[in-house]
Ligand binder design. Structure first.
Ligand code: TA6
Length: 297
């Protein structure tokens, strides 16, 4: 589909210092955010924060060199919006929100020099066929010295519904062997590779496929990367579950949109509503799931 018309109208309809709507990676409509504090890019397809780098720093988010960039397919990397379900128990895996073209609601330059872009998504015939509920999703992305992403889900129908989901953030790493994740010590987790339950002891380190659902944890995580001498703080709100993932080599080879050796350069720390952390919304009610990402001094 040719998005040039849409990109042109977005630049006319939402003039804002530091925000330029562009055709990205083969034509997808995206908002390029560039201000004194950071560079970022948000794909309107999928409501998908895809790039974020504080001024003078390496990118904090990771993007696969093999990612698809087309309607109906998820972008591999950045911060996929997994909604209205997490996981592959229903199809499409991780829900439909990351596969849809969202709408731009507003683009502003804030007093501190950051930019905030707000996108929205609501039900249509294709979503109702997958999930029979009326909803409104609003994604608020504040890109500045740190990155704050808020996903507000509202039940606009007349019956209650339950949902799970995640802001499935992919982070770049010098090498996964240089990385440890702090903040989950003592938390109980499910190893989703075999369903076993464990208590986390100390930091999380990676030496094989790692796919863990930590429950009853609200704490921020810190990604310590000794290769780059860098610490990334990943905070969250509206979430009692955190997912930690690295596919390692065999799973990487099975994913067509993931390079066989790319597992060395990434990890996921996901602010989730998953497992027993299910959100129930009555008609008119809303839930906000948020994550904040910053490089520690
Ligand atoms: O968050 C971890 C996970 O659920 C893994 O099991 C893996 O499937 C990953 O998400 C990626 O899922 P995707 O549907 O984006 O390929």
């Amino acid at each position: 589909m040719d998005f040039s018309g849409l990109v042109g109208s977005l630049n006319r309809d939402f003039p804002c210092e530091g925000v330029e709507f562009v055709e990205w990676n083969g034509g997808l409509p995206a908002a390029k955010l560039s201000n004194p504090l950071c560079e970022a890019l948000v794909s309107i397809h999928g409501g998908h924060v895809s790039e974020y780098a504080p001024k003078g720093s390496k990118p904090l988010l990771w993007l696969s060199g093999k990612s698809h960039f087309e309607e109906g397919k998820p972008i591999r990397g950045g911060i996929p919006v997994c909604w209205p379900w997490f996981g592959s128990a229903a199809q499409p895996a991780h829900g439909f929100a990351r596969l849809r073209l969202w709408r731009v609601k507003s683009a502003v330059r804030n007093a501190d020099g950051s930019n905030t872009l707000t996108l929205s998504l609501s039900e249509d015939a294709s979503t109702l066929a997958l999930w029979p509920h009326k909803f409104n999703l609003e994604l608020k992305v504040c890109a500045g010295a740190s990155l704050k992403v808020e996903l507000k889900a509202s039940n606009t129908g007349d019956v209650p519904f339950k949902l799970t989901g995640a802001l499935h953030s992919y982070f770049s790493a010098s090498d996964i062997s240089n990385v440890e994740v702090k903040g989950l010590d003592g938390a109980q987790y499910i190893d989703t590779l075999n369903g076993s339950s464990h208590a986390q002891r100390g930091s999380v380190r990676f030496s094989a496929e790692t796919d863990r659902l930590y429950q009853d944890t609200v704490s921020p995580c810190v990604i310590e990367d000794s290769g780059w001498g860098r610490r990334i703080v990943v905070g969250k709100e509206g979430s009692r579950s955190t997912v930690v993932w690295n596919p390692w080599v065999e799973k990487s080879r099975r994913m067509p949109d993931f390079g066989d050796e790319e597992y060395h350069s990434m990890l996921c720390i996901e602010a989730a509503n998953a497992g027993t952390d299910v959100v129930s919304l009555n008609p008119g009610a809303s839930h906000v799931l948020a994550t904040s990402i910053s490089e520690a001094p």
